[in-house]
Design a protein around this ligand. Sequence first.
Ligand SMILES: Nc1ncnc2c1ncn2[C@@H]1O[C@H](COP(=O)(O)OP(=O)(O)OP(=O)(O)O)[C@@H](O)[C@H]1O
Length: 310
Amino acid sequence: MMIEVKNLVKRYGSLVALDHFNLEVRDGEIFGLLGPNGSGKTTAINCMLSLLKYDKGEVSLFQEPMSPTNYESKRKIGIVPQNVAVFNELTVYENIDYFCGLYIPEKNKRRPLVEEAIEFAGLKEYRKFLPKKLSGGLIRRLNIACGIAHKPQLIFLDEPTVAVDPQSRNNILEGIKALNAGGATIVYTSHYMEEVEQLCSRIMIMDKGREVATGTKEELTAMINTGEKLTVEIYSLPLRILEQIRSLEDVIKAEYSDSHLSAECKSGGHAIIEVLDLLRQNNLKFGQIYSEPPTLNDVFLEITGKQLRD
Ligand SMILES: Nc1ncnc2c1ncn2[C@@H]1O[C@H](COP(=O)(O)OP(=O)(O)OP(=O)(O)O)[C@@H](O)[C@H]1O
């Protein structure tokens, strides 16, 4: 196991930011921590890295207890913090060289690594730029390059795509996949459900400093009653038929508006066939049919009663 966290408790005064938090991350995975703002993601990462003192619990990284003085483990870790941490008076090259130098003192060993990080983050044309000349997306990419230049085996990325343009976002997500393909284990926090779904092999949904559920996307969506969402384009739907649809065994909820019937279906049922059969039996003509699988937001909503998004 790359990371093992047991019963972590972290309080800020009377606020319990981590409430007996447990986590296991396996070697080689891209693990996503997904939760709304304030759910404890950053606190969890900072405790795992011994950057924050915690009140209770155990953290082991690389199968060894983690502590503020475990420099051997620290050398194998890369951190991309949520708040951009670069020096305004240093150029792109100098910034990456500085952070890489915290792990690799020999300048000649560093040079090819810094070059590789610049290439990797798509910052070649900007190597001599000061951060203030870079767009928000490019600064984020610089922040990442600073965190990964020393080729860490375990990389923590805390919301690396907040407020970046779509091009940089894609660059960042593709870059993370490439780091993982190169052998690094990744812990990725985000409150963007789609990103986590797209990127992560396993996901923990967090709320209020606790684990809500953990698994692959498929395992998580299979934990809830909500199945797919069905939408049928239909120009007229008598209320009587809508009521019959609502009372179908595999339909949880159904609404009709703007010439569209939307139905939430139970997972594992046959709602689509039942709904379409009913429409046909009543000679109701319909157009396009869409079916969307449940999302991680549906998982969060069903378990906590709240939307993942604020
Ligand atoms: N230094 C601090 N002092 C007091 N309370 C804090 C401190 N840092 C975080 N908190 C509180 O702890 C809780 C968890 O915060 P944390 O930043 O870990 O959440 P998060 O999931 O990372 O959210 P975000 O995405 O907004 O950073 C929140 O209620 C937050 O207000």
